[in-house]
Design a protein around this ligand. Structure first.
Ligand code: ZN
Length: 59
């Protein structure tokens, strides 16, 4: 398990970033988009990881 690089806390929460219009979209395609999953420190909120939920939508 990771520890927060800012405060040293080792508890993290996850959340989904985006809605229909703010989700991540491919640059060169009209169709397809994905939300992003953020993992962040439960104490100070520092984001430790940003993950694209459906990378296959970009292929
Ligand atoms: Zn922290």
């Amino acid at each position: 398990m990771d520890t927060c690089k800012v405060c040293g806390n080792d508890e993290f929460y996850k959340g989904r970033l985006g809605s229909g219009t703010t989700s991540l979209r491919p640059l060169n395609k009209i169709m397809g988009s994905s939300f992003m999953i953020l993992t962040f420190c439960s104490k100070c909120g520092e984001v430790s990881s940003i993950k694209v939920e459906n990378p296959g939508k970009f292929s």
